[in-house]
Design a protein around this ligand. Structure first.
Ligand code: SDX
Length: 446
């Protein structure tokens, strides 16, 4: 809303600024504008009216990596980065880890409320009875080299699922949307386990409907010649808690990818494949794998100071530390750290990397280079130690992140489809290239 000249109305008295608004004066024209503030934001489109003339396109906002830009409204996940608070649909993560299960949390994220007993039983039944994948998907895994990275295999096979469920393109159908959510939550562990078995040259183990969601995954990973795999209930519980902690995290890189790709109205399998691809990156979900490799490279507690100096000299990055939102201890890291010792006791491993990780954290949090930059352990710093203690190979760690995050991606994807403000995502740019050049025939080029 443009106002009179910056000095306000004819009588010289300034026009009272509307409460909850931003008054912006464009010094190029002397015009002032009152921009409404809603939910702590101003609309970027409100800047387009600020022009120097009729030809002017108007002002845009510039925010590489969207460090200070909200791209949606959401009711799914709340984070207070300064206080280290994380809530799913309003429930504190600490209570969900103590009292809930991953499948119940997946229901909560997708449906928006905790399930009744009947609703949970139905949800569990549906997920349990959709864990199989088409045999052609299983066969398609055979084309990968023996040393193919499991995350790349997962990326490919999740996308390939869209070829088996063409009806999922019908986003108007609530049934098709719901079935895609069920199928992806159900099949992600199967695809992940198949990728693992392929990478170690073992025959694939089919889902066992008698087992829990995490127990079935452990069976598909580790079952050998025994008639029925019996998972250690303590490892099942530890995995379930880890998966609750990884289930959603507001507009992180991979969720933003799912929302962005999903905004083109592509099918949900393709949208989730985009999330898998984004999560694969070492700055995102790939960090848990990078942490273990970093701890192995550090080698001993005595080598920690030299390594941290390398970080300060910008030759290294302290993987598993830092976060775009948390400028305090990631609440998930705190919970995971408690489970590290528990799992090590179960598997009876005295992993030297644990000692290095604990000392590394102590050194970093005692060093103002890190505390000044508010670099604290994030969810990836300790999770890999638990996976390693469970004999899960390092290149499977990011796959272990993708399995639980699927429920969060799908909840956010569904919310995006329901949001009346949703349009196809199409950011603008600042063009810095050449203009109106004449074509140069090849013989004249140097
Ligand atoms: C996840 O977004 C999410 O919610 C993600 C996630 C989820 O659940 O979905 O929480 C999961 O991805 C956790 C993050 C896992 N990644 C890592 O652990 C990789 C290491 N951390 C980073 O690379 C980094 O901290 C990010 C990517 C996580 C955040 O980067 P930002 O917010 O863009 O911060 P930045 O790069 O602008 O860094 C600010 C300063 C810089 O120093 P100066 O240039 O100002 O001097 O902090 C430094 C950076 O150099 N810095 C680090 C560092 N992270 C930031 N220096 C050393 N080691 C690090 N890890």
């Amino acid at each position: 809303m443009a106002r009179e000249d910056a000095q306000g109305g004819g009588d010289g008295a300034g026009v009272a600024a509307v409460h909850d608004s931003l008054t912006v004066t464009d010094n190029r024209t002397g015009q002032s504008f009152d921009l409404p503030i809603t939910d702590g934001t101003v609309k970027a489109m409100d800047f387009r009216q600020m022009k120097t003339g009729e030809e002017d396109f108007g002002l845009m906002t510039y925010d590489p990596a969207f460090t200070n830009t909200a791209h949606c409204r959401s009711e799914i996940c709340f984070i207070d980065g300064a206080k280290g608070v994380l809530e799913y649909r309003g429930y504190p993560i600490e209570q969900l880890c103590e009292q809930s299960t991953y499948l119940e949390v997946a229901y909560l994220l997708v449906h928006g409320q905790l399930p009744t007993d009947d609703a949970l039983s139905c949800w569990k039944h549906m997920v349990t009875h959709h864990t199989y994948v088409h045999e052609s998907i299983k066969k398609s895994m055979e084309v990968f080299r023996y040393n193919a990275h499991p995350m790349a295999m997962l990326l490919s096979t999740v996308g390939a699922l869209s070829t088996f469920y063409p009806a999922a393109k019908d986003l108007e159908s609530e049934t098709e949307r719901y079935m895609a959510i069920i199928r992806l939550v159900a099949k992600m562990p199967t695809l992940a386990a198949f990728a693992y078995r392929h990478s170690v040259g073992l025959p694939y183990v089919y889902p066992d409907n008698d087992l829990s969601y995490p127990g079935n995954f452990l069976s598909m990973l580790y079952k050998m010649t025994e008639v029925k795999y019996e998972p250690d209930p303590r490892l099942e519980k530890a995995l379930d808690v880890l998966w609750i902690l990884h289930a959603d995290h507001e507009q992180n890189c991979s969720t933003a990818a799912v929302r962005g790709v999903g905004s083109s109205q592509v099918d949900p399998y393709s949208a989730v494949a985009a999330g898998v691809a984004a999560l694969y990156g070492p700055l995102h979900g790939g960090a848990n794998e990078a942490v273990l490799r970093m701890l192995a490279r550090i080698g001993t507690v005595e080598d920690i100071p030299a390594f941290l100096q390398g970080v300060k000299d910008r030759k290294e990055r302290l993987m598993g530390f830092g976060h775009r939102v948390y400028k305090n201890y990631d609440p998930r890291a705190r919970i995971i750290k408690k489970h590290v010792d528990e799992v090590l006791e179960i598997v009876g491993s005295d992993n030297p990397k644990v000692g290095i990780a604990v000392e590394l954290e102590k050194h970093a949090l005692d060093d103002e280079y890190f505390t000044d930059r508010k670099l604290y352990p994030n969810v990836d710093f300790y999770s890999g130690l638990i996976y390693e203690a469970m004999s899960i190979p390092t290149d499977m760690f990011t796959v272990m992140f993708a399995i639980p995050r699927t429920a969060g991606w799908l909840a956010q994807w569904h919310e995006m489809l329901e949001d009346p403000e949703t349009k196809i995502a199409r950011p603008r740019q600042i063009y810095t290239g050449e203009r109106e050049l004449d074509y140069v025939p090849i013989e004249q080029r140097v």
